[in-house]
Design a protein around this ligand. Sequence first.
Ligand code: AMP
Length: 209
Amino acid sequence: MRMILVGPPGAGKGTQAAKLVETYRIPHISSGEMLRDAVKEGTALGVKADGFMKSGQLVPDDVVIGMILERIAKADCAAGFMLDGFPRTLPQAEALDDAMNKAGVTLEAVVLIEIPDQMVVDRLSGRRTDPVTGTIYHMIFNPPPADVVSRLVQRKDDTVEAAVTRVAKYHSETAPVVPFYDGKGIVKRVDGVGTPDAITARITAVLAR
Ligand code: AMP
């Protein structure tokens, strides 16, 4: 299965990907996670990406496209992959399309997780990640167990200011990839409001159709 998760920041892409890869047994490839690792490690790519990420801007296409195409060419992606956070612009979608055509493989599904704009800031400001397990929590909607609370971290771009920029970028840059994939008839729309388990059930149901 080769698939993409699309949706505004805070829609639950990362949370859902972590649950879905157990069912589909394919690697979860998060462009945001790869970029955050590069920033942490201080690689040339990380140094380039850091400022864009902190302010909620998109990292330039050439940087992200190279990173992802290299990743999906690895052996563990031969039977499929789940992309989360990529493509985020039309040029990224076109580059992925080209690369997949050249490799003779097809994209089966684009799952679009939809939440209203007014939910985004609430979701992002309460979001915390466990650096040990990578689990994503929300202090109100998906509360962490008491014994991990003290080690949870907040992403630098989960501030109100960066969140507002990220929503605006989603509408101006990322939303146009949806009609691109609609043209191929592979977009599956899922309501992203509800508990994480309810949304996983909706996604597995649309993918089974
Ligand atoms: P995410 O973890 O998907 O919310 O991504 C966090 C940040 O990483 C974004 O706000 C962007 O600055 C950057 N980023 C992640 N994926 C992409 C992408 N496909 N294109 C450009 N920037 C990206």
